[in-house]
Write a protein of this length. Sequence first.
Lengths: 109, 166
Amino acid sequence: MKSEQKRLIERFKELYGNPTYKEMAEITDIQMTRAFRLCNGFEMKLTEYLKISKKIDEKIAETSTIKDTFNTCLNELSANALKEIEKFCVRKLEVKQILKSSIIKEVVA
Amino acid sequence: MKGLVLLERVVLESISKNNNNVSLIARDVEIDSSIVLSVLARLTAKGLVTYIAGNYQIAQNQIAWHAANRIESVRDEIKELNDNIVDTCFSEENSNIYKLQKILLSEKEEKILNSLLNNVESYITNLRNDRKKDRKFHDVTSKQKVVFWGHTNYGQVLNKSIEKVS
């Protein structure tokens, strides 16, 4: 599976709480058999990519105002304050990276 | 990042207690062994741990340790620890203790408070020393209590808060 497609599907699953193929089809308006194929490496059409991307954006927008908050921070806060936020985010990402690597190791094992 | 995250620190603490393989460490810190393995790979890459003949050991790599123990790194680590302590203590289903009081103290009262806090520190230090001597004592990292104490001037905290964003 192309890495960009894989990343998109993983992000979609993460945001929608690992939906079943049926649920994925209902959310994205992509046929269930097609959703199954996409999750198993079939190449995605541009329209399918856009549908999934749109659903990801919608989910992020409905659950969080984080992008707006980050943009406001970038415009308003001092360099020191931004550095502190960056450090906080980097630490969260480090922990996430450890957990992601552990899943990969489990799959390989 | 050259500093350590909490997961890395706890694995290092476990190795320093002679837990030198993945399953021993996982049991000691009560974290899934796949996560421990992932942490060990990172610690090895950072030069803080060596893997020799099937055993993980603390590496004697001064440069790596210097980077991990820089004041800035340790401060960030303590921030991560504190952040999670507060969230743990304020979750509903636990019996953890987190106390915080604000009070104006006279010079004499502050001396008394410091003396009491010194007693707390001595008590913990003595316990730690006693356990080092007791060969039968089995220290389980995840069962340890995280205890913290100290005080500071409210005004300084407020100024720090303002200073950070201006």
